[in-house]
Design a protein around this ligand. Structure first.
Ligand code: ADP
Length: 410
Protein backbone atom coordinates (compact mmCIF):
# COMPACT_ATOMS: atom_id res chain seq x y z
CA UNK A 1 0.00 0.00 0.00
CA UNK A 2 1.43 3.32 -1.09
CA UNK A 3 0.58 6.84 -0.04
CA UNK A 4 0.55 9.82 -2.42
CA UNK A 5 4.34 10.09 -2.32
CA UNK A 6 4.57 6.54 -3.65
CA UNK A 7 6.12 5.32 -0.44
CA UNK A 8 5.09 2.10 1.29
CA UNK A 9 3.13 2.39 4.49
CA UNK A 10 4.05 0.41 7.58
CA UNK A 11 2.26 0.59 10.91
CA UNK A 12 3.72 1.05 14.36
CA UNK A 13 1.60 -0.20 17.23
CA UNK A 14 2.61 2.14 20.07
CA UNK A 15 3.59 5.79 20.41
CA UNK A 16 6.41 6.03 22.96
CA UNK A 17 10.14 6.60 22.50
CA UNK A 18 10.84 3.26 20.83
CA UNK A 19 8.06 3.94 18.33
CA UNK A 20 9.51 7.43 17.75
CA UNK A 21 12.99 6.10 16.95
CA UNK A 22 11.50 3.36 14.75
CA UNK A 23 9.46 5.98 12.88
CA UNK A 24 12.51 8.17 12.32
CA UNK A 25 14.48 5.27 10.85
CA UNK A 26 11.52 4.21 8.71
CA UNK A 27 11.76 7.49 6.78
CA UNK A 28 15.45 6.87 6.19
CA UNK A 29 14.52 3.64 4.40
CA UNK A 30 11.84 5.33 2.28
CA UNK A 31 8.84 4.09 4.26
CA UNK A 32 5.87 6.09 5.52
CA UNK A 33 5.28 5.05 9.12
CA UNK A 34 1.68 5.13 10.37
CA UNK A 35 1.47 5.35 14.16
CA UNK A 36 -1.50 4.09 16.16
CA UNK A 37 -1.96 6.70 18.88
CA UNK A 38 -4.60 8.59 20.79
CA UNK A 39 -2.26 11.56 21.13
CA UNK A 40 -0.53 13.19 18.17
CA UNK A 41 1.82 14.98 20.54
CA UNK A 42 3.12 11.66 21.94
CA UNK A 43 6.83 10.93 21.24
CA UNK A 44 6.01 9.00 18.04
CA UNK A 45 2.93 11.05 17.13
CA UNK A 46 5.14 14.17 16.90
CA UNK A 47 7.39 12.71 14.24
CA UNK A 48 4.82 10.86 12.18
CA UNK A 49 2.32 12.89 10.15
CA UNK A 50 0.32 9.74 9.36
CA UNK A 51 -1.52 8.51 12.42
CA UNK A 52 -4.50 6.31 13.12
CA UNK A 53 -6.25 7.76 16.13
CA UNK A 54 -7.01 5.08 18.63
CA UNK A 55 -5.85 2.70 21.26
CA UNK A 56 -3.43 -0.20 20.89
CA UNK A 57 -5.79 -2.59 22.71
CA UNK A 58 -8.87 -1.84 20.62
CA UNK A 59 -9.77 -4.39 17.93
CA UNK A 60 -11.45 -1.68 15.80
CA UNK A 61 -8.46 0.67 16.03
CA UNK A 62 -6.01 -2.13 15.27
CA UNK A 63 -8.16 -3.10 12.29
CA UNK A 64 -8.19 0.52 11.09
CA UNK A 65 -4.39 0.57 11.21
CA UNK A 66 -3.74 -2.87 9.73
CA UNK A 67 -6.17 -2.41 6.85
CA UNK A 68 -4.15 0.53 5.50
CA UNK A 69 -0.59 -0.77 5.81
CA UNK A 70 1.55 -3.51 4.27
CA UNK A 71 2.75 -4.70 7.64
CA UNK A 72 3.16 -3.52 11.20
CA UNK A 73 5.51 -3.80 14.14
CA UNK A 74 4.98 -3.55 17.87
CA UNK A 75 6.65 -1.18 20.30
CA UNK A 76 5.79 -3.22 23.37
CA UNK A 77 5.11 -6.91 23.95
CA UNK A 78 2.12 -5.97 26.10
CA UNK A 79 -0.28 -5.86 23.19
CA UNK A 80 -3.62 -7.61 23.30
CA UNK A 81 -3.00 -10.64 21.07
CA UNK A 82 -6.70 -11.62 21.15
CA UNK A 83 -7.64 -8.18 19.80
CA UNK A 84 -4.91 -8.39 17.16
CA UNK A 85 -6.06 -11.82 15.99
CA UNK A 86 -9.71 -10.73 16.01
CA UNK A 87 -8.87 -8.18 13.29
CA UNK A 88 -8.26 -11.07 10.88
CA UNK A 89 -5.10 -9.19 9.83
CA UNK A 90 -2.65 -10.39 12.47
CA UNK A 91 -0.47 -12.04 9.82
CA UNK A 92 0.68 -8.52 8.92
CA UNK A 93 2.25 -8.08 12.37
CA UNK A 94 5.88 -8.80 13.30
CA UNK A 95 6.72 -10.71 15.37
CA UNK A 96 3.87 -13.24 15.14
CA UNK A 97 1.29 -13.29 17.93
CA UNK A 98 2.28 -16.90 18.70
CA UNK A 99 5.73 -15.59 19.74
CA UNK A 100 4.39 -12.43 21.42
CA UNK A 101 2.04 -14.53 23.59
CA UNK A 102 4.99 -16.46 25.02
CA UNK A 103 7.35 -13.52 25.45
CA UNK A 104 4.79 -11.18 27.03
CA UNK A 105 4.62 -13.59 29.97
CA UNK A 106 7.79 -14.04 32.06
CA UNK A 107 6.59 -17.39 33.42
CA UNK A 108 6.12 -18.69 29.85
CA UNK A 109 9.61 -17.35 29.04
CA UNK A 110 11.00 -19.43 31.89
CA UNK A 111 9.33 -22.57 30.55
CA UNK A 112 10.66 -21.82 27.08
CA UNK A 113 14.22 -21.34 28.34
CA UNK A 114 14.03 -24.58 30.29
CA UNK A 115 12.81 -26.47 27.21
CA UNK A 116 15.64 -24.99 25.12
CA UNK A 117 18.26 -25.88 27.72
CA UNK A 118 19.20 -22.19 28.20
CA UNK A 119 20.22 -21.37 31.78
CA UNK A 120 17.91 -19.17 33.83
CA UNK A 121 17.09 -19.07 37.56
CA UNK A 122 14.76 -21.76 38.99
CA UNK A 123 11.14 -20.69 39.07
CA UNK A 124 7.97 -21.65 40.91
CA UNK A 125 4.33 -21.11 40.10
CA UNK A 126 2.21 -19.70 42.94
CA UNK A 127 -1.21 -21.11 43.70
CA UNK A 128 -3.53 -18.43 42.28
CA UNK A 129 -6.21 -19.18 44.84
CA UNK A 130 -3.84 -18.80 47.78
CA UNK A 131 -0.94 -16.61 46.72
CA UNK A 132 -0.25 -15.29 50.23
CA UNK A 133 -0.09 -18.84 51.57
CA UNK A 134 2.19 -19.88 48.73
CA UNK A 135 4.59 -16.99 49.42
CA UNK A 136 4.50 -17.71 53.15
CA UNK A 137 5.51 -21.32 52.54
CA UNK A 138 8.30 -20.23 50.14
CA UNK A 139 9.70 -17.78 52.68
CA UNK A 140 9.21 -20.14 55.62
CA UNK A 141 12.54 -21.61 56.78
CA UNK A 142 14.24 -18.99 54.67
CA UNK A 143 17.55 -20.21 53.32
CA UNK A 144 18.07 -17.80 50.40
CA UNK A 145 16.40 -14.68 48.99
CA UNK A 146 13.61 -15.17 46.45
CA UNK A 147 12.14 -12.85 43.86
CA UNK A 148 8.43 -12.35 43.21
CA UNK A 149 7.55 -11.19 39.70
CA UNK A 150 4.51 -10.12 37.78
CA UNK A 151 4.20 -12.61 34.92
CA UNK A 152 2.94 -9.81 32.66
CA UNK A 153 3.07 -6.00 32.44
CA UNK A 154 6.30 -5.58 34.43
CA UNK A 155 8.75 -2.94 33.22
CA UNK A 156 11.61 -0.85 34.63
CA UNK A 157 11.66 -2.94 37.81
CA UNK A 158 7.95 -2.38 38.47
CA UNK A 159 6.57 -5.83 39.11
CA UNK A 160 9.72 -7.21 40.77
CA UNK A 161 10.05 -7.75 44.53
CA UNK A 162 13.14 -9.23 46.18
CA UNK A 163 12.43 -10.92 49.52
CA UNK A 164 15.63 -11.17 51.53
CA UNK A 165 14.36 -13.07 54.53
CA UNK A 166 13.42 -10.30 56.94
CA UNK A 167 10.36 -12.03 58.45
CA UNK A 168 7.43 -9.70 59.04
CA UNK A 169 8.77 -7.03 56.69
CA UNK A 170 8.90 -9.56 53.85
CA UNK A 171 5.35 -10.64 54.61
CA UNK A 172 4.15 -7.01 54.53
CA UNK A 173 5.95 -6.20 51.29
CA UNK A 174 4.72 -9.40 49.68
CA UNK A 175 1.16 -8.67 50.86
CA UNK A 176 1.17 -5.22 49.16
CA UNK A 177 2.76 -6.65 46.02
CA UNK A 178 0.19 -9.44 45.72
CA UNK A 179 -2.67 -7.04 46.35
CA UNK A 180 -1.53 -4.78 43.49
CA UNK A 181 -1.21 -7.82 41.22
CA UNK A 182 -4.66 -9.13 42.15
CA UNK A 183 -6.27 -5.72 41.52
CA UNK A 184 -4.65 -5.62 38.09
CA UNK A 185 -5.43 -9.31 37.40
CA UNK A 186 -1.77 -10.10 36.95
CA UNK A 187 -0.38 -13.56 37.79
CA UNK A 188 2.65 -13.65 40.08
CA UNK A 189 5.37 -16.30 40.18
CA UNK A 190 8.56 -16.74 42.17
CA UNK A 191 12.12 -17.30 41.03
CA UNK A 192 15.44 -17.83 42.79
CA UNK A 193 17.46 -14.73 43.51
CA UNK A 194 20.65 -14.66 41.43
CA UNK A 195 23.77 -13.31 43.11
CA UNK A 196 25.23 -11.51 40.13
CA UNK A 197 28.43 -9.58 39.52
CA UNK A 198 27.14 -7.87 36.44
CA UNK A 199 24.05 -7.47 34.29
CA UNK A 200 24.66 -8.02 30.58
CA UNK A 201 22.49 -7.80 27.47
CA UNK A 202 22.63 -8.72 23.82
CA UNK A 203 20.43 -7.54 20.98
CA UNK A 204 19.93 -9.72 17.94
CA UNK A 205 18.16 -9.30 14.62
CA UNK A 206 16.66 -12.20 12.70
CA UNK A 207 15.59 -11.90 9.09
CA UNK A 208 12.61 -13.46 7.34
CA UNK A 209 14.94 -16.13 5.95
CA UNK A 210 16.21 -17.07 9.41
CA UNK A 211 19.57 -15.27 9.10
CA UNK A 212 20.57 -13.94 12.50
CA UNK A 213 23.05 -11.27 13.51
CA UNK A 214 23.96 -10.18 17.00
CA UNK A 215 25.49 -6.94 18.25
CA UNK A 216 28.30 -7.21 20.80
CA UNK A 217 27.39 -8.25 24.33
CA UNK A 218 27.05 -5.15 26.55
CA UNK A 219 27.22 -4.30 30.25
CA UNK A 220 24.05 -2.70 31.61
CA UNK A 221 23.78 -0.76 34.88
CA UNK A 222 20.43 -0.26 36.57
CA UNK A 223 19.30 2.10 39.30
CA UNK A 224 16.16 1.02 41.17
CA UNK A 225 15.31 -1.39 38.36
CA UNK A 226 15.72 1.24 35.61
CA UNK A 227 18.56 0.96 33.09
CA UNK A 228 20.85 3.94 33.57
CA UNK A 229 23.92 3.16 31.48
CA UNK A 230 25.14 0.70 28.85
CA UNK A 231 28.80 0.20 27.91
CA UNK A 232 30.46 -2.16 25.49
CA UNK A 233 31.63 -4.23 23.84
CA UNK A 234 31.64 -6.21 27.09
CA UNK A 235 34.51 -8.34 25.79
CA UNK A 236 36.73 -5.23 25.61
CA UNK A 237 35.75 -4.45 29.20
CA UNK A 238 36.92 -7.66 30.81
CA UNK A 239 34.12 -10.13 30.02
CA UNK A 240 35.38 -13.44 28.58
CA UNK A 241 34.80 -14.11 24.89
CA UNK A 242 33.22 -17.49 25.79
CA UNK A 243 30.50 -15.65 27.69
CA UNK A 244 29.70 -13.59 24.61
CA UNK A 245 29.57 -16.77 22.52
CA UNK A 246 27.20 -18.35 25.05
CA UNK A 247 24.96 -15.28 24.80
CA UNK A 248 24.98 -15.54 21.00
CA UNK A 249 24.00 -19.20 21.16
CA UNK A 250 21.12 -18.35 23.53
CA UNK A 251 19.90 -15.66 21.10
CA UNK A 252 20.12 -18.06 18.16
CA UNK A 253 18.17 -20.78 19.97
CA UNK A 254 15.44 -18.39 21.13
CA UNK A 255 15.10 -16.61 17.76
CA UNK A 256 14.99 -19.83 15.75
CA UNK A 257 12.60 -21.65 18.07
CA UNK A 258 10.05 -18.81 18.08
CA UNK A 259 10.59 -17.90 14.42
CA UNK A 260 11.18 -14.30 15.47
CA UNK A 261 11.57 -11.74 12.69
CA UNK A 262 13.10 -8.39 13.66
CA UNK A 263 15.15 -7.26 16.62
CA UNK A 264 14.90 -8.88 20.02
CA UNK A 265 16.87 -8.47 23.23
CA UNK A 266 18.05 -10.92 25.85
CA UNK A 267 19.07 -9.69 29.30
CA UNK A 268 21.48 -11.77 31.37
CA UNK A 269 23.05 -12.02 34.80
CA UNK A 270 26.71 -12.95 35.09
CA UNK A 271 26.88 -14.75 38.42
CA UNK A 272 29.70 -14.44 40.92
CA UNK A 273 30.77 -17.97 39.90
CA UNK A 274 31.01 -16.90 36.25
CA UNK A 275 27.77 -18.47 34.92
CA UNK A 276 25.66 -16.70 32.33
CA UNK A 277 21.97 -16.83 33.26
CA UNK A 278 19.11 -15.37 31.20
CA UNK A 279 16.97 -12.86 33.08
CA UNK A 280 14.43 -11.96 30.40
CA UNK A 281 13.71 -11.68 26.69
CA UNK A 282 12.02 -8.78 24.85
CA UNK A 283 10.65 -9.34 21.32
CA UNK A 284 11.43 -5.82 20.10
CA UNK A 285 14.00 -3.06 19.96
CA UNK A 286 15.35 -2.41 23.44
CA UNK A 287 16.98 0.22 25.64
CA UNK A 288 20.15 -1.90 25.85
CA UNK A 289 20.52 -1.49 22.06
CA UNK A 290 20.28 2.32 21.78
CA UNK A 291 24.09 2.51 21.51
CA UNK A 292 23.71 1.01 18.02
CA UNK A 293 22.47 4.37 16.68
CA UNK A 294 25.96 5.82 16.86
CA UNK A 295 28.43 2.96 17.37
CA UNK A 296 29.49 2.61 13.73
CA UNK A 297 27.02 -0.21 12.93
CA UNK A 298 23.51 -0.26 11.44
CA UNK A 299 21.15 0.74 14.26
CA UNK A 300 18.72 -1.67 15.88
CA UNK A 301 15.87 0.50 14.56
CA UNK A 302 16.98 0.34 10.94
CA UNK A 303 17.79 -3.36 11.19
CA UNK A 304 14.37 -4.05 12.67
CA UNK A 305 12.79 -2.55 9.55
CA UNK A 306 15.23 -4.32 7.26
CA UNK A 307 14.31 -7.65 8.85
CA UNK A 308 10.53 -7.28 8.62
CA UNK A 309 10.77 -5.95 5.05
CA UNK A 310 12.80 -9.00 4.03
CA UNK A 311 15.88 -6.90 3.14
CA UNK A 312 19.44 -8.01 3.89
CA UNK A 313 20.48 -7.23 7.45
CA UNK A 314 22.94 -4.43 8.15
CA UNK A 315 26.29 -4.88 9.89
CA UNK A 316 26.35 -5.17 13.66
CA UNK A 317 30.08 -4.82 14.41
CA UNK A 318 30.89 -1.66 16.32
CA UNK A 319 33.51 0.90 17.32
CA UNK A 320 36.04 -0.32 19.94
CA UNK A 321 34.15 1.41 22.77
CA UNK A 322 30.66 2.84 23.05
CA UNK A 323 28.45 4.08 25.81
CA UNK A 324 24.78 5.00 26.22
CA UNK A 325 23.60 7.12 29.12
CA UNK A 326 19.86 7.35 29.75
CA UNK A 327 18.63 10.82 30.67
CA UNK A 328 16.48 10.00 33.71
CA UNK A 329 14.38 12.62 35.47
CA UNK A 330 16.23 13.68 38.67
CA UNK A 331 14.97 12.88 42.17
CA UNK A 332 12.17 15.09 43.51
CA UNK A 333 11.47 16.81 40.19
CA UNK A 334 7.89 16.27 39.10
CA UNK A 335 6.29 18.62 36.63
CA UNK A 336 3.88 18.54 33.71
CA UNK A 337 6.13 20.60 31.47
CA UNK A 338 9.61 21.07 32.92
CA UNK A 339 12.09 19.22 30.70
CA UNK A 340 14.62 20.27 28.11
CA UNK A 341 17.13 18.39 25.99
CA UNK A 342 20.75 18.73 27.14
CA UNK A 343 22.85 21.45 25.56
CA UNK A 344 26.59 21.63 25.01
CA UNK A 345 27.17 17.88 24.83
CA UNK A 346 29.77 18.29 22.05
CA UNK A 347 31.43 14.90 22.21
CA UNK A 348 28.19 12.93 22.21
CA UNK A 349 24.96 12.33 20.32
CA UNK A 350 21.73 13.52 21.92
CA UNK A 351 18.48 11.58 21.42
CA UNK A 352 15.49 13.35 22.95
CA UNK A 353 12.05 11.75 23.19
CA UNK A 354 9.85 14.88 23.34
CA UNK A 355 7.81 13.59 26.29
CA UNK A 356 5.54 15.94 28.14
CA UNK A 357 6.35 16.07 31.83
CA UNK A 358 9.20 14.98 34.01
CA UNK A 359 9.28 12.72 37.05
CA UNK A 360 12.06 10.99 38.99
CA UNK A 361 13.58 8.15 36.97
CA UNK A 362 11.48 8.84 33.86
CA UNK A 363 13.35 8.12 30.64
CA UNK A 364 13.39 11.40 28.71
CA UNK A 365 16.18 10.80 26.25
CA UNK A 366 19.67 9.34 26.04
CA UNK A 367 23.24 10.27 25.17
CA UNK A 368 25.45 8.10 22.98
CA UNK A 369 29.22 8.39 22.79
CA UNK A 370 31.86 6.36 20.96
CA UNK A 371 35.60 6.09 21.11
CA UNK A 372 38.00 4.74 18.55
CA UNK A 373 40.16 3.27 21.26
CA UNK A 374 39.02 1.38 24.33
CA UNK A 375 42.00 2.80 26.23
CA UNK A 376 40.57 6.33 25.93
CA UNK A 377 37.27 5.38 27.46
CA UNK A 378 37.94 7.02 30.84
CA UNK A 379 37.76 10.56 29.41
CA UNK A 380 34.64 9.76 27.43
CA UNK A 381 32.87 8.23 30.42
CA UNK A 382 33.70 11.30 32.55
CA UNK A 383 32.50 13.66 29.80
CA UNK A 384 29.18 11.81 29.50
CA UNK A 385 28.73 11.59 33.27
CA UNK A 386 29.32 15.30 33.72
CA UNK A 387 26.99 16.21 30.83
CA UNK A 388 24.34 14.04 32.51
CA UNK A 389 24.98 15.63 35.91
CA UNK A 390 24.77 19.16 34.42
CA UNK A 391 21.54 18.29 32.63
CA UNK A 392 19.95 16.90 35.80
CA UNK A 393 21.00 20.05 37.67
CA UNK A 394 19.47 22.28 34.96
CA UNK A 395 16.18 20.39 35.18
CA UNK A 396 16.20 20.77 38.97
CA UNK A 397 16.88 24.49 38.64
CA UNK A 398 14.10 24.98 36.07
CA UNK A 399 11.72 23.13 38.34
CA UNK A 400 12.61 25.31 41.33
CA UNK A 401 12.32 28.50 39.24
CA UNK A 402 8.89 27.41 37.98
CA UNK A 403 7.80 26.65 41.54
CA UNK A 404 9.02 30.04 42.78
CA UNK A 405 7.31 31.84 39.89
CA UNK A 406 4.04 30.12 40.81
CA UNK A 407 4.35 31.20 44.44
CA UNK A 408 4.92 34.78 43.32
CA UNK A 409 6.80 37.45 45.32
CA UNK A 410 6.70 36.79 49.09
P1 ADP B 1 11.76 -5.48 34.29
O1 ADP B 1 11.08 -6.27 33.23
O2 ADP B 1 10.84 -4.64 35.08
O3 ADP B 1 12.99 -4.76 33.83
P2 ADP B 1 13.47 -7.53 35.43
O4 ADP B 1 12.98 -8.93 35.51
O5 ADP B 1 14.48 -7.21 34.39
O6 ADP B 1 12.22 -6.57 35.36
O7 ADP B 1 14.04 -7.11 36.84
C1 ADP B 1 14.49 -5.79 37.12
C2 ADP B 1 15.79 -5.84 37.92
O8 ADP B 1 15.58 -6.59 39.13
C3 ADP B 1 16.89 -6.59 37.19
O9 ADP B 1 17.57 -5.70 36.30
C4 ADP B 1 17.75 -7.05 38.34
O10 ADP B 1 18.60 -6.01 38.81
C5 ADP B 1 16.73 -7.38 39.42
N1 ADP B 1 16.35 -8.83 39.36
C6 ADP B 1 15.35 -9.35 38.61
N2 ADP B 1 15.29 -10.69 38.75
C7 ADP B 1 16.28 -11.03 39.61
C8 ADP B 1 16.76 -12.26 40.15
N3 ADP B 1 16.18 -13.43 39.88
N4 ADP B 1 17.83 -12.19 40.97
C9 ADP B 1 18.44 -11.03 41.29
N5 ADP B 1 18.03 -9.83 40.82
C10 ADP B 1 16.97 -9.83 39.99
Amino acid sequence: MFDITGQKRWGIIGDGQLARMLALDAYALGLRPVVLTGDSSSPAGQVSPLVVRGHVDSREDLHALLSQVDGAIIESEFVDCDALEATGLAEKVYPRTSAIRILQNKFEQKKLLESLGVKSSSFYPLDKKNMEGAVASLTHNFTKPIVLKFATFGYDGKGVLVLRGSGQRDQDLAGDFLLTATKRRIDVYAEDFVGFDRELAMIAVRGRDGTIKTWPLVITEQKSGVCERVTGPAVSLGIKKEIETEAQIACEKIGAHLGLVGVFAVEFFLTSSGDLVVNEIAPRVHNSGHFSQNAGCVSQFENHWRAVLGLSLGRTDTAPFFMMQNLLGPAEVTSKDCAQAPRGAESMHVHWYGKRGISPGRKLGHLNAVSHSVDNRGDLISAVQSAYGRWQEEQRQMFLNAQNAQKGPS
